[in-house]
Design a protein around this ligand. Structure first.
Ligand code: CA
Ligand code: CA
Length: 175
């Protein structure tokens, strides 16, 4: 056996990193209250809430906002941590959570897509079924799944919204 300082030190460092990660994970987790609640949260509605104006049409730079409502308050950590899929003229686009509160607990979350030059949908925007999803990023999906106060992880399934002619898009690109 030849346990020199050179071989020993990296082991200590790895342990220190592991402990630090474990502590960070504990601190980042939402507090779970004592509760008899065993019912998982579900998505009860998905609706476009922005107003494109009298012409029912969004132009480049306009915001399309979609509200996703849950059956109860859920923990969602931070802006950008969840996304929702839109279909704009046959192209898949992502709306992203814009958290405008200091709380991570939400009954309804609003996701926003900003219309880009080149987006055109003459029969209106549609929303893809079961496209609401949590983004995998540090402090996100693995450490903090979307859950209720009792720690029941949410069922994120939801219906599609069909083409909605009151939410058309017309931002054609140049030549
Ligand atoms: Ca519950
Ligand atoms: Ca469409």
């Amino acid at each position: 056996m030849n346990i020199s300082g050179k071989t020993f030190r990296p082991v200590i460092s790895l342990l220190a990193v592991a402990v630090a990660l474990a502590v960070t994970g504990l601190l980042a987790s939402p507090a779970v209250a004592q509760s008899d609640d065993e019912v998982a949260p579900t998505i009860t509605s998905v609706a476009i809430t922005s107003n494109p104006g009298g012409d029912n049409t969004y132009g480049a730079g306009d915001h399309i906002d979609i509200a996703v409502t849950f059956s109860e308050e859920v923990y969602i950590r931070g802006a950008g941590s969840v996304q929702l899929g839109l279909d704009i003229g046959g192209e898949s686009q992502l709306a992203t959570f814009t958290n405008n509160t200091t709380s991570n607990w939400h009954s309804t979350v609003t996701l926003r897509y900003t219309v880009q030059v080149g987006d055109v949908d003459t029969n209106g925007v549609s929303i893809t079924a079961n496209s609401f999803r949590q983004v995998n990023k540090p402090g996100g999906k693995e450490e903090n799944p979307i859950q209720d106060h009792a720690g029941n992880v949410a069922d994120l399934s939801h219906d599609a919204l069909p083409d909605d002619s009151s939410h058309q898009v017309n931002a054609p690109g140049g030549l």
